[in-house]
Design a binder for this molecule. Structure first.
Ligand code: SF4
Length: 346
């Protein structure tokens, strides 16, 4: 299980499509150090194996108490990853320090294969160069690195070039995030469903030859595409399970994923901004297990529309965040998926 903690909304960047609508200043009601420690203690209530904690923002490097909080988490036995913003604060020394404090993974965003396109999508000059620099440092320091790439109408044509750019680096995981119009993301255009389906086919083919894991975020119907292709090749269920494709099957917003905002709101995912509690008064493990919204997210038979009757819903279930952003109903169908349930061809 992954818990994303948006430590702060503060960030020196102001990317055009920021989910968090980050601003230079921290929110006045941001969780304090003590409240942060109490959140970390709450996470241990999940019991073993403890969830992985992903520190996000805003820019987690903008928190003055970042390292003491990392130390608290590590002391409690919680694995920590971090997704810093590509600002001038992201230096090689910072990566060294994160490694010394036992941060297990680094996540960086790279949306396009050239400075011109990446910086214009981010709206900030210099971020491409800084990101590539940090990728090289992570490789040099042998820090496990996840690169996140935005998939939108503007970026989709250059995704294969991003792959070519990343190929020589020691990336452990490349995750393609299919845009959801949340926060400032509303300024970019999502991919049309047919184009998304075509790109998922390319992602699947690439994932089989890539030197790193290739995955999608907020596009669980990729698992259906992958499964259909493997079956068409004659692979059995058992072979598919062993192939590693099935690794992420069944994980979706609110199920294997939980998000805590900078002010403590508990949401099923960062892109599903439906606050069902707050860590100042509720417990994260209890909310995850017992809140009716989380309970329905754990159970695909409660889903509606195509995703409700789909034979793939246990492994896919659609993006609950996209359903929510498109319809206001987090149980509705994922509008990115073209699949008509019942048309399964074996
Ligand atoms: S209809 Fe829904 S559950 Fe079925 S493959 Fe598409 S997104 Fe997934």
């Amino acid at each position: 299980m992954n818990i994303y903690w948006e430590m702060t909304q503060a960030c020196a960047l102001a990317c055009r499509h920021c989910r968090a609508e980050a601003v230079p200043m921290a929110h006045p009601l941001e969780l304090t150090f003590d409240e942060g420690v109490s959140l970390l203690q709450q996470i241990t209530e999940f019991g073993p194996p403890l969830p992985q904690l992903i520190l996000t923002g805003g820019d987690p490097l903008a928190r003055a108490d970042l390292y003491p909080l990392i130390d608290e988490a590590v002391k409690l036995g919680i694995g920590v990853s971090i997704t810093p913003a590509a600002t001038s604060a992201l230096t090689r020394d910072v990566l060294v320090r994160l490694k010394e404090h036992k941060v297990e993974g680094l996540g960086l965003s790279l949306d396009a294969p050239t400075a011109e396109l990446h910086d214009s999508i981010r709206g900030i000059p210099g971020t491409f160069h800084r990101t590539m620099q940090a990728i090289a440092w992570a490789q040099e320091l042998e820090m496990p690195l996840q690169v996140n790439t935005l998939v939108a109408a503007e970026t989709a044509p250059s995704i294969p070039q991003v792959y070519e750019l990343l190929k020589p680096y020691a990336v452990s995981r490349w995750s393609l995030f299919f845009l959801i119009s949340v926060g400032r993301g509303k300024v970019l255009q999502p991919l049309a469903p047919e184009d998304a389906e075509r790109l998922m086919g390319w992602i699947h083919d690439t994932s089989r030859i890539a030197p790193f894991i290739v995955a999608t975020t907020e596009a669980p119907s990729f698992r259906r595409v992958a499964l259909e292709r493997l079956r068409a090749e004659g692979m059995t269920g058992e072979q598919i399970k062993r192939s590693g494709v099935a690794r992420s099957f069944g994980i979706r917003d609110g199920h294997g994923i939980m998000f805590v905002s900078n002010t403590g709101d508990i949401c099923p995912a960062g892109f599903l901004p439906l606050a069902v509690g707050n860590v100042r008064k509720d417990r994260v493990a209890d909310t995850y297990r017992n809140h009716p919204v989380f309970q329905s997210l754990h159970d695909p038979t409660t889903f509606e529309g195509r995703c409700g009757v789909c034979e793939y819903h246990a492994l896919c279930g659609g993006s609950r965040a996209r359903a929510f952003s498109a319809t206001g109903n987090y149980l509705a169908s994922d509008p990115l998926c073209t699949y008509e349930p019942g048309h399964h061809h074996g």
